[in-house]
Design a protein. Structure first.
Length: 608
């Protein structure tokens, strides 16, 4: 038990050391905040000291001018204290948001730089929560809890120091009262924090259920399950309500403990002050000072109650932030060699790949013993059943994942020896699911790169066959997820992105799978122009997409089971690709048409 406690303490200390490292770049900003907090605490301590002087001077029968002068000093002190309090709140919020925005940017870069395997294990919703939700919790902690905690600490230390100068016995009594108050509040906090955590879990389950049922609304209505779902929602809501009531009750108990401590302290101070004044041990002004300081203590104690949840969230958030920043991509950027300019050749030597490398299993390999050479400038069709390894092979070639065994070379160089920035500038992917963003047409082509001029954007759109978008204006705004474009226009826009980058290796992953025949013909024309002078891999189920490729590579169960020139494979009745065409086309007459080089558009709807 003791060892576990020590380990937890070490983990907590390491988190806050890591937080200090994250704050280091903004150290000057936080030093300024510390100065403001110290000045604010000093002003709060100074007000009661002035009042003490006023009371003592009035008791001794001083002149009206002296009282007036002290009153003006007190008013000025109060105004300065309020102004400094506002300045601390404002500056703390600004400092927290600027610092955590830098953290958020670092986290975003970290997530975007991690490999495909990491993203396969973590959902987008989880990563959004970690990049934004956890950082927001830290922002609230830095902007609200830290300045208040620092202010409270300085205030309490200042009180003890002031009282020590007046009478050391008063300082000891104040220390004892502060210690007892903190113990009472801390001992009552555990149940409150536990109930708060339970409520968050209940709310998460309720909202998760709502999202799930809204997404399945059509199926639920069609199958008459709406009443059942409604009752499940009632049950989840009841659980959330009960958890909320328990959390409110726990925090109310804690609040009453705090109020009891504050009220008890006031009573004790009044009694002690009256006794000491009667014994002429202290002046009336000093007794009033004690009472004022007892009132000031109530604020930090109440802050402890209200900010405990924030501290708990920040502690967990900090752990998750550190864990995420500590993740290292399996794709190391250590390359120093640059392949020759122009189209890139592809060579794979005995390449294997499996996703779960922690538990290697020959039967679970996605790619097995892949040996392949593709000359620079060739257009290659990649075919095979769903799950045969086609897309994984393309990810290996683009270095989105690392092979478990074997080597991949681009332009004659091992792919790991090419700097990632160089590699990303030389290769491009056109996926089946095109990602579009809320922004202008230009933004979606350039991916928000302001350094590219409008003429280049318009030229890329025209080459992709999107004259209508150019005529409509490239600064026309699109809605979320590219609302305002058809599926065909979205796919063509993804080709425009490639035209703009002018890469030497292009992978088209089912680029025509989700479009109608007319749009497919338009896409085919754009793709035919795009592949000229480039090495191109075309992953396709529609065999019509592969009419113009130079080579065919067929995958089955992670292995290459056939590879060769398309014309040779089509002409060979024993080849797998020939049999595939036989299944796709209607009889030998169609095969003969293909062999004679005639137009084979009838293949359009075929699927492997």
């Amino acid at each position: 038990m003791g060892g576990e406690t020590a380990w937890m303490q070490e983990q907590s200390e390491s988190r806050w050391r890591a937080l200090g490292a994250l704050l280091a770049p903004d150290a000057l900003r936080w030093i300024v905040l510390a100065v403001l907090i110290a000045a604010s605490s000093a002003a709060l301590l100074g007000g009661p000291l002035v009042v003490r002087r006023i009371v003592d001077e009035a008791s001794s029968g001083t002149t009206t001018s002296t009282i007036t002068r002290l009153a003006v000093i007190f008013l000025a002190t109060a105004i300065v204290a309020q102004a400094l309090n506002v300045a601390v709140s404002w500056y703390a919020t600004v400092a927290a948001w600027r610092t955590t925005n830098d953290m958020r940017l670092s986290m975003t870069r970290q997530v975007l730089g991690l490999d495909h395997e990491f993203h396969r294990r973590h959902t987008p919703g989880e990563l959004i929560q970690r990049v934004d939700g956890d950082i927001t919790s830290l922002s609230e902690f830095l902007g609200r809890v830290v300045p208040r905690a620092a202010g409270a600490f300085l205030l309490l230390v200042g009180m003890v120091i002031v009282l020590a100068f007046l009478d050391w016995r008063l300082a000891i009594g104040m220390l004892a009262y502060i210690a007892a108050s903190v113990v009472v509040v801390v001992r009552s906090r555990h149940r409150a924090v536990s109930e708060s955590s339970d409520e968050m879990g209940a709310m998460a389950r309720m909202y998760g259920g709502i999202e799930e049922r809204l997404n399945a609304a059509e199926d639920l209505r069609a199958n008459g399950a709406a009443d059942h779902v409604a009752w499940r929602f009632v049950e989840d809501s009841a659980d959330a309500l009960a958890s909320g009531v328990r959390r409110e009750r726990a925090f109310l108990v804690m609040w009453w403990f705090t109020q009891a401590v504050v009220a008890g302290g006031k009573v004790i101070v009044l009694i002690v002050g009256a006794v000491l004044v009667r014994a002429e041990a202290i002046t009336v002004g000093t007794a009033f000072l004690l009472f004022q300081y007892a009132l000031l203590i109530s604020r930090p104690l109440e802050d402890v109650v209200h900010q405990l949840e924030t501290v708990q969230k920040a502690n967990g958030a900090m752990a998750r932030v550190i864990d995420l920043l500590a993740v290292r991509s399996t794709i190391a950027d250590e390359g120093t060699q640059y392949p020759p300019q122009g189209a890139l050749s592809i060579d794979c030597d005995d390449v294997d790949f499996e996703y779960d490398t922690d538990a290697p299993d020959t039967e679970s390999r996605v790619l097995r013993n892949v040996d392949l050479s593709i000359a620079a400038g060739r257009t290659v069709g990649i075919v095979g059943r769903t799950g045969s390894g086609k897309t994984t092979f393309s990810r290996i070639v683009l270095r989105l994942v690392e092979p478990t065994r074997g080597q991949v070379r681009l332009g004659g160089l091992p792919i790991a020896d090419i700097p990632l920035a160089e590699l990303r500038s030389r290769v491009a992917l056109v996926p089946q699911e095109v990602e579009l963003f809320k922004g202008t047409v230009r933004d979606n082509v350039t991916l928000f790169d302001d350094s590219i001029d409008d003429v280049q954007v318009e030229s890329a759109l025209l080459r992709a066959g999107l004259k209508s978008l150019v005529d409509g204006g490239i600064h026309r705004a699109l809605g979320s997820a590219g609302a305002g474009l058809s599926a065909g226009e979205a796919q063509l826009l993804s080709l425009a992105r490639v035209w703009l980058r002018d890469p030497d290796l292009v992978v088209l992953d089912e680029a025509t799978a989700r479009v109608d025949p007319a749009t497919e013909a338009q896409l085919a024309a754009a793709i035919a122009a795009l592949v000229e002078g480039r090495t191109t891999l075309i992953i396709a189920h529609r065999l019509s997409t592969l009419r113009t490729v130079d080579q065919i590579v067929m995958f089955d169960d992670g292995r290459i089971v056939e590879a060769g020139d398309r014309a040779v494979l089509v002409a060979d009745p024993k080849s797998r690709f020939h049999r595939l065409l036989s299944l796709a086309l209607d009889g030998d007459a169609a095969i003969d048409a293909v062999l004679d080089g005639l137009d084979a558009t009838a293949v359009g709807g075929a699927s492997t």
